[in-house]
Write a protein that binds this ligand. Structure first.
Ligand code: SF4
Length: 725
C-alpha cells in the first residue's frame, strides 16, 4: 500500500473541501489539510477532520445481509444479488415496470447518479425514480431555470463574494452547515462590504451580519416582495438593464407594488425601518448578491419565494453582471451533480428534460436504445415514497435514509414496511436499511474514484486513497450485476472513468455540458466549471466521429509520431455564467410575478406555534454516518427543542426539561434548549436523529406545485412539558 498522501475531497457537504488522505503505518488513514485547494485553503470543519473514522470497518457494513425468518442475516454477494434481481423481475412481471421504484441520493457521485438513472429507465424500464435532492434545493433549481434558463447553484465562484458590495444571505446557517465558507463573508466585511442575514433565528451566522432580519417562518416571499416594493418606490430600479436584459417586468412590478411595507411588516414581523435599511445596503454599492439556501426553498411556495429574491436582483440590475447576481447554496456533497445526470424524476443526463423529444433522441442514441422505449417523467420524491406498498411494490434505494430525512417520516416508514420488497445499498446499516429485505455494503468516497460537482458548479475528482474492506463492492458493480441478471448484458461498466466517458457523451450539447471534461483535466486543474463543451474538430482533420471528438488531447503527437495537426482549443470551463446573455431562448432573464400566500399549515388554537427545522455543525443530514463518529456524537449527541424564554416560562419548562412537540402528523420528544435567539412564536428542532426525537415525524409534506419540494421549514405545532415517571 502506498504511503504517500492522496489529494481528494470531503465526503460530506457541497463545499467539497479539499483534503489529503494518508495511510498510517499501523492501518487506517489520516485526514489532513490541503492548503492548495482554493475553496477551503486547508480549513476543515469537524465533520471533515474526522471523516477517516467512517472508513473504519467497525463503523460500517462489510457483508451483504438478507432477511430470513424476519431478521437480517449475513449472506454472500451472489445470493443477495440473485434475490434482488428475482424480486424485481417478479414484481415487474406481475405489476408492470412502474411498480418498481428507485430512490437515489445527492451524495452519490456523478457516475453513480448517471448509472442509476440509466438503470431505472433502461434495465428496469420504470419511470419511478427520484432522489433525496428533491428535499434539498429543488425550489431554487426550478426558480433558477425559470428565470435564467439554467440552474447552476452558484453562477459565479465563491471567490467573488469578498469583492462584492453586499450579500443578502437568505435562510442559510453557514456557520453550522459549512463553516470554512464563512471566511468569504468575513473577507467581504473586511473589504468594506456588508452582510444581511435573513433567518427566523439569530444563528451563529446571523451573529456575524451587519443586519439581521428575522421574519416569521414561511414569510420570506412577502419579505422579498416588500423589499422590491421599496426598491421601486425609492426609484432604485435599473431601468436600462430591465429593458435590455429581462422580460415580464410589468407583471412583477405590479405584484410587488401590492405589498406595502406596512403590510409586509404585519406578515413577516420585520419592521419598516429595517426593510428600508436592507434596501439601502443592497442598492447603494455597485455590486450585490442574493444567496438562498433551505430556508426559503423548503416551502410549499419555495419556487415563487426564490423567484421573488431573483426578481429583486433583476430589478436592480444585479444578475449576470460581474461580482453580482443570485445563487443557491446547495447542501449535499453532490447536490449539484446529483440533479444533473438523470436520477431526478423528470430529467435526463446533461440536465436535459425527459419530456423533450430531442433530448430523448440524443440520450437514447448514447444508450443504444429506441427513444420511444424510454419512460416519461415519474413521481417526485415524497410522492414516490407515499406510493410505496400501493402502486409501487418494490424499491431499490441507494445513498439515502428517508426514515429520518423525509417529511411525515412515520408515514414514510410505514410505507417502506408495506413494500413487497426493499433493497438498500449503503455504507452503513441506516434506519432505512434496517427495514430492507436485502442490504448491500458498498464503497464510499476514499475507497473509490469518482467525480462530484460542488455548489460552485466546479466538477471535482475524488480519488481513491485506500482499498475498500473485503466484502464491499461499488454501487457501479451492483448496477452492472443487477442489469446482467435482468437480461441487459451491456451498458453498465464498473469502471468509473468509463461511466464518466459515457456521461460526457450523454451531456454533450445539453445545459450541463461535461463533454470537454476528462479525469486527466480534473487531476491537473483541480476542478473544471461546467458548461465545458468538448472542442469541435476542424473540418478535414481526420476526426472519426464522436469518439474522436472526446479523445482530443491538445498536445498529442499523431499516430506516426509526426507533428499533430493543429488541435482544437480546449474549453477552459465556465466559472461565471450569464455575463453576456441568459440561457433562455431570447437571452433575457424572466421576472416571475408572485403574491404572498400563507404557509400550508398556519398556527391555530390547537397548534399555536410554528416549527422550523435545520442542522447542527457536528451532524450531517440524517446522521447515518456522523452519528457513528465518536467525536461528533459527543459534540451533538441528540435532538433538542429550541424555544424562547417567554415560551419556556409559559410552559413552566427549564433548560433540559423533556418537551413534546406535537403536530398533526405525530409527536417528537427532546430536551428544551432555551434561548432568546429564536422568535417567541417559533420552535426549532434539528433533524439528524431517528426515534423519539425525530423532527421529521412532525414536518408537513405539503408540496410546492412546481418543484414538488415539501414544506420542511414551517408547520403548526404545540409544545407540552413531558412528565417522566
Ligand atoms: Fe466537509 Fe463541508 Fe465540513 Fe468542508 S464544510 S469539511 S466539505 S463537511
Amino acid at each position: 500500500m502506498e504511503t504517500a498522501s492522496t489529494p481528494t475531497h470531503c465526503p460530506y457537504c457541497a463545499l467539497q473541501c479539499g483534503m489529503n488522505i494518508t495511510p498510517l503505518p499501523r492501518g487506517g488513514v489520516e485526514v489532513s489539510e490541503r492548503p492548495d485547494f482554493p475553496v477551503n485553503r486547508g480549513a476543515l470543519c469537524g465533520k471533515g477532520r474526522t471523516a477517516a473514522q467512517v472508513l473504519s470497518p467497525a463503523a460500517r457494513l462489510t457483508t451483504p445481509l438478507v432477511r430470513s425468518g424476519g431478521r437480517l442475516v449475513e449472506a454472500g454477494w451472489e445470493e443477495a444479488l440473485d434475490r434482488i434481481a428475482g424480486a424485481l423481475s417478479s414484481v415487474r412481471a406481475h405489476s408492470g415496470p412502474d411498480a418498481l421504484g428507485v430512490f437515489g441520493g445527492g451524495g452519490l457521485t456523478n457516475e453513480k447518479a448517471y448509472a442509476l438513472g440509466k438503470f431505472a429507465r433502461v434495465a428496469l424500464g420504470t419511470s419511478q425514480i427520484d432522489y433525496n435532492g428533491r428535499f434539498c434545493m429543488s425550489s431554487a433549481a426550478a426558480a433558477g431555470t425559470r428565470a435564467f434558463g439554467l440552474d447552476r447553484g452558484l453562477p459565479f465562484p465563491l471567490e467573488d463574494i469578498p469583492r462584492t458590495g453586499c450579500v443578502i444571505l437568505v435562510g442559510s446557517n453557514l456557520a453550522e452547515t459549512m463553516p470554512p465558507s464563512l471566511r468569504f463573508f468575513t473577507e467581504l466585511r473586511e473589504n468594506g462590504g456588508t452582510l444581511i442575514v435573513v433567518d427566523p433565528r439569530r444563528t451563529r451566522t446571523a451573529d456575524q451580519a451587519d443586519l439581521h432580519l428575522a421574519p416569521r417562518p414561511g414569510t420570506d416571499l412577502a419579505l422579498a416582495l416588500g423589499l422590491l416594493h421599496l426598491v421601486i418606490a425609492e426609484g432604485r430600479t435599473d431601468e436600462e438593464y430591465i429593458r435590455e436584459r429581462t422580460t415580464g417586468w410589468e407583471e412583477a412590478r405590479a405584484a410587488a407594488m401590492a405589498h406595502w411595507p406596512e403590510y409586509v411588516e404585519r406578515i413577516t414581523g420585520v419592521s419598516v425601518p429595517l426593510l428600508r435599511q436592507a434596501v439601502r445596503m443592497f442598492c447603494e454599492p455597485e455590486s450585490a448578491m442574493v444567496l438562498t439556501a433551505r430556508g426559503p426553498e423548503q416551502q410549499s411556495k419555495g419556487t415563487d419565494t426564490v423567484g421573488a429574491w431573483i426578481d429583486l436582483c433583476l430589478a436592480t440590475g444585479r444578475a449576470g453582471r460581474p461580482l453580482s447576481g443570485y445563487g443557491c447554496l446547495t447542501g449535499q456533497g453532490n447536490g449539484q451533480g446529483g440533479r444533473e445526470h438523470g436520477q431526478k424524476a423528470d430529467q435526463l443526463p446533461g440536465y436535459r428534460k425527459l419530456d423533450d423529444p430531442a433530448a430523448r433522441r440524443h440520450v437514447a442514441g448514447v444508450w443504444g436504445v429506441d427513444p420511444d422505449s424510454l419512460p416519461g417523467p415519474g413521481r417526485s420524491a415524497y410522492e414516490l415514497l407515499d406510493a410505496l406498498g400501493t402502486d409501487i411494490r418494490a424499491l431499490l434505494l441507494m445513498g439515502s435514509n428517508p426514515v429520518v430525512s423525509a417529511p411525515r417520516a412515520a408515514h414514510v416508514e410505514e410505507r417502506l414496511r408495506s413494500l413487497d420488497f426493499l433493497a438498500v445499498a449503503d455504507v452503513v446499516l441506516s434506519e432505512t436499511a434496517e427495514l430492507a429485505d436485502v442490504v448491500l455494503p458498498v464503497t464510499q468516497w476514499a475507497e473509490e474514484t469518482g467525480t462530484t460537482t460542488s455548489l460552485e458548479g466546479r466538477v471535482l475528482l475524488r480519488r481513491q486513497a485506500v482499498a475498500p474492506p473485503p466484502g464491499v463492492r461499488s454501487d457501479l458493480y451492483v448496477l452492472h450485476e443487477l442489469a446482467a441478471r435482468l437480461g441487459v448484458e451491456k451498458g453498465f461498466p464498473t469502471d468509473p472513468e468509463a461511466v464518466f466517458a459515457e456521461l460526457r457523451r450523454a451531456s454533450a450539447g445539453g445545459p450541463a455540458d461535461y463533454s470537454g471534461i476528462t479525469y486527466r483535466r480534473l487531476a491537473e486543474e483541480d476542478g473544471v466549471f461546467w458548461p465545458c463543451p468538448a472542442p469541435v474538430p476542424a473540418e478535414g482533420d481526420g476526426g472519426d466521429g464522436e469518439d474522436a471528438l472526446f479523445d482530443v488531447e491538445p498536445d498529442a503527437p499523431d499516430r506516426d509520431g509526426g507533428a499533430a495537426p493543429a488541435a482544437p482549443a480546449v474549453h477552459p470551463g465556465t466559472p461565471r455564467l450569464f455575463l453576456d446573455r441568459f440561457a433562455t431562448p431570447d437571452g433575457r432573464a424572466r421576472f416571475a410575478a408572485a403574491t404572498h400566500r400563507a404557509t400550508a399549515e398556519e398556527p391555530d388554537a390547537e397548534y399555536p406555534l410554528l416549527l422550523t427545522t435545520g442542522r447542527v455543525v457536528s451532524q450531517y443530514q440524517s446522521g447515518a454516518q456522523t452519528r457513528r463518529v465518536a467525536e461528533l456524537n459527543a459534540a451533538a449527541p441528540g435532538p433538542f427543542v429550541e424555544l424562547h424564554p417567554r415560551l419556556a416560562a409559559r410552559l413552566g419548562a427549564a433548560e433540559g426539561d423533556p418537551l413534546a412537540v406535537v403536530s398533526r402528523r405525530g409527536r417528537a420528544v427532546a430536551p428544551a434548549r432555551i434561548t432568546d435567539s429564536i422568535r417567541p412564536d417559533t420552535v426549532f428542532m434539528p433533524f439528524h436523529w431517528p426515534g423519539e426525537g425525530r423532527a421529521n415525524t412532525l414536518t408537513n409534506p405539503a408540496l410546492d406545485p412546481v418543484s414538488r419540494m415539501p414544506e420542511f421549514k414551517s408547520c403548526a405545532v404545540r409544545v407540552e412539558k413531558v412528565r417522566r415517571p
